[in-house]
Design a protein around this ligand. Structure first.
Ligand SMILES: C[S@@+](CC[C@H](N)C(=O)[O-])C[C@H]1O[C@@H](n2cnc3c(N)ncnc32)[C@H](O)[C@@H]1O
Length: 231
């Protein structure tokens, strides 16, 4: 049963244990009466469905590049980035998600958004760590690769995700896009070290997305790197 009022505590919809820790999907009611989904990964708040401006902007930045043939997204989360790309008529979407339970819940249709992403015939959900997955994906096959799997290199939910922000792995991600394509990386805040690493690989822009979370104002950062051959 869903919580009926903002005063009610969140209701756990699904809970699972993985070797990395606990994964929880829960629902609460916001002050305007809407149902808000929350995703907790490894004991840390990963995201909720109330404030998704930066997840949507991540998709929009890629849509603005024009061609939307094949696109890869690292990190399913609550499915907002993926759904926005599908709404923008991407031809094929590969979504790579570490947590098998989250993929299972999406296929079960635990939230309408996750159901829609999992049921879309243009979308392939891969249960995998995106770092080794990048090594298996075909070079030059994608119009864009988007990475939203962790908070950023200096504030990790999973320590093992440190690898993702290394130059060699980001270079591999960029090699998957065609020469006019882009690599987009979401971060919880401005990260100059990551911007420098990406700039060494190709022309890079930083966009800040300002959101209000309760009394806190947060500037999320999205880095967009062009393939050096298309620049
Ligand atoms: C913040 S959420 C992504 C939010 C998503 N952009 C959205 O719009 O809902 C991060 C997701 O990345 C997943 N993840 C974390 N590390 C990963 C990895 N190494 N490979 C693939 N997925 C990973 C988490 O389980 C979580 O589902």
């Amino acid at each position: 049963m869903l919580p009926l009022s903002p005063a009610d505590p969140p209701v756990v919809l699904r809970r699972a244990e993985s070797p990395r820790g606990e994964l929880v999907l829960r629902a609460r009611t916001s002050s305007d009466g809407a149902v808000v989904h929350e995703l907790i990964v490894n004991g840390a708040f990963a995201m909720d469905s109330q404030e998704v401006a930066s997840e949507l902007r991540l998709a929009q930045l890629v849509v603005e590049q024009g061609r939307l043939g094949r696109v890869a997204v690292g990190g399913l989360g609550l499915g907002f980035t993926a759904a926005a790309l599908l709404d923008a008529d991407v031809r094929h979407l590969d979504v790579v998600e570490l947590e098998a339970d989250l993929v299972f819940w999406a296929r079960e249709g635990v939230t309408e958004q996750l159901r829609r992403v999992a049921a879309d015939p243009r979308c392939t959900l891969h249960t995998a760590d995106v770092v080794p997955w990048l090594d298996t994906a075909p070079e030059g096959a994608f119009d864009a690769v988007l990475l939203d799997v962790d908070n950023g290199p200096d504030f990790l939910i999973h320590d093992s995700n440190q690898r993702l922000y290394r130059s060699g792995v980001l270079a591999r991600a960029l090699s998957l896009v065609r020469p006019e394509g882009v690599l987009a990386v979401w971060c919880q805040h401005r990260t100059p070290s990551l911007e420098r690493t990406l700039t060494d690989l190709g022309p890079t822009t930083e966009e800040l997305v300002r959101v209000q979370r309760g009394r806190h104002q947060i500037d999320y950062a999205i880095y967009l790197t062009r393939h050096p051959r298309g620049a």
